[in-house]
Design a protein around this ligand. Structure first.
Ligand SMILES: CC(C)(COP(=O)(O)OP(=O)(O)OC[C@H]1O[C@@H](n2cnc3c(N)ncnc32)[C@H](O)[C@@H]1OP(=O)(O)O)[C@@H](O)C(=O)NCCC(=O)NCCS
Length: 408
């Protein structure tokens, strides 16, 4: 038996979709026209790299190309790894490794200097050079304890129907996207097929998606999209499940949170992906009413290390010589002089002795500015003396914290 990565031709798309569904554990109806249309709209065949055993698709993989915000508000062309599955009969035979080689090789040719993904399991991807750069807080609060909201002067919150939401939400999101490292631009297809497509089978027993827009002086300044899940066991214990919380201004932030904690009959508010620097607990009467579980969100991988470093802005000027170890993308492996002036970096290969040394996965973890090199040094993920590690932290850190609002 020999396995091989090959292009995805249109006639193999049903087999690809079947393989994907079966490994992720759901049943697919290939006759469902909406599902087929969604697949065609979201995925570009030339960005897919299935693995075949003879004529059979035994592993699936592919990527999205998008612009992602990095510290300083710049956009970097990013290759977002997705739909990775290996059939259980073919695991631990190198299928994933072969797909990763294909993925990085193609991304490099396209000039996508950054890679990103959401990991199904923590241990899989650091060996391929990814670092967990973004953390998220999965939160749940009971508004009866936390305190219901008040009104935010000058801001009105208005429920809008899906047709109006389709027109309003993309513009609001686009105003926020450059301000947070880790947020990527959503394409029209993405809005249509990931945000607004709302088939009942994806609702998990909750309502259709609701949309509330915050406005000031008649101008939209934020939105929240959410579902309601009714519960009448003893008391009205309904739940609000937030999908997107997108305030452009601080007043919109306060108004939208006041709104979601004030929906009668639905006191339990859940948001699976709240930014880790969100000050919500300080806005509530009793911040301890918020239960929080922290997870890794987006993972980042520098595919072209000097290009990716030069693309972001840095918070402190200075120079550091950095040894980057990269056995998988050997073109990155080397020592670089990172020189930052006025927040802008140049990054050149050098032969000098390094100040700090790290695997490329650590560079991925700190790249978006949300992880401390000094903390990672405690577990051997980066080496250098205390002064140089502090300098690394001062240069790389970001406010706001990186955050990625959506799994892909
Ligand atoms: C995770 C998955 C894609 C791995 O594929 P695979 O083809 O077996 O991986 P490879 O054979 O190329 O293995 C590469 C290395 O990663 C290791 N590895 C693979 N999956 C791993 C896992 N889940 N946990 C820890 N290590 C893992 C292998 O042991 C191997 O290590 P080695 O080189 O030291 O021997 C596969 O198990 C799978 O399809 N899982 C279910 C779907 C899924 O989780 N997809 C990821 C979506 S983000």
């Amino acid at each position: 038996m020999s396995i091989e990565v090959r292009p995805l031709r249109p006639d193999a798309v049903p087999a690809f979709r079947r393989a994907l569904a079966s490994t992720f554990g759901y049943d697919i109806d290939l006759e469902d026209a909406d599902d087929a249309e969604r697949f065609d709209a979201l995925f570009e065949l030339e960005r897919m790299f299935p693995v075949f055993d003879g004529d059979e698709v035994v592993a699936t993989g592919g990527d999205f190309g998008f612009d992602m915000a990095v510290p300083g508000g710049r956009q970097v062309r990013t290759s977002g790894l997705t739909v990775i599955t290996v059939r259980p009969t073919h695991t631990r035979q190198g299928a994933l490794t072969a797909m990763m080689r294909e993925h990085f090789g193609r991304a490099r040719e396209r000039g996508e200097s950054l890679g990103a993904l959401w990991a199904s399991e923590f241990p899989i991807y650091s060996r391929f050079g990814y670092g967990a750069s973004v953390a998220l807080n999965d939160i749940k609060l009971d508004a009866r304890h936390a305190g219901r909201g008040g009104n935010e002067a000058g801001v009105t919150v208005r429920l809008v129907a899906v047709d109006e939401a389709r027109k309003m939400l993309p513009g609001i999101y686009a105003a926020i996207q450059p301000t947070r490292p880790g947020m990527y631009k959503r394409s029209e297809a993405w809005w249509a097929h990931k945000h607004f497509a709302d088939p009942e089978k994806h609702r998990g027993g909750a309502s259709a998606m609701r949309f509330a827009v915050a406005e000031a002086g008649g101008e939209p300044i934020g939105y929240v999209s959410y579902r309601q899940k009714a519960s009448w066991e003893q008391l009205a214990e309904g739940e609000i499940h937030i999908r997107d919380m997108m305030p452009v201004t601080d007043a919109a932030y306060r108004a939208l949170w006041h709104f979601v904690v004030s929906i009668d009959l639905f006191p339990i508010v859940k948001y699976w992906n709240n930014p880790v620097d969100d000050p919500l607990v300080f806005m509530l009467r009793d911040g301890r009413a918020v239960e929080t579980k922290t997870f890794d969100g987006l993972w980042t991988r520098l595919i072209d290390a000097p290009a990716a470093l030069q693309a972001r802005r840095f918070t402190a000027d200075g120079a550091l010589t950095i040894r980057v170890e990269d056995a998988f993308c050997e073109w990155n492996d080397g020592t670089y002089r990172l020189q930052v002036d006025g927040g802008m970096a140049t990054c050149e290969p050098v032969t000098a002795e390094p100040d700090v040394a790290m695997p490329v996965s650590t560079l991925g973890a700190i790249y978006l500015g949300g992880r401390s090199a000094r903390a990672l040094a405690r577990v051997g993920m980066v080496h250098g003396d205390a002064g140089d590690l502090m300098k690394l932290d001062d240069m790389f850190r970001s406010y706001p914290a990186p955050w990625c609002p959506e799994i892909f």
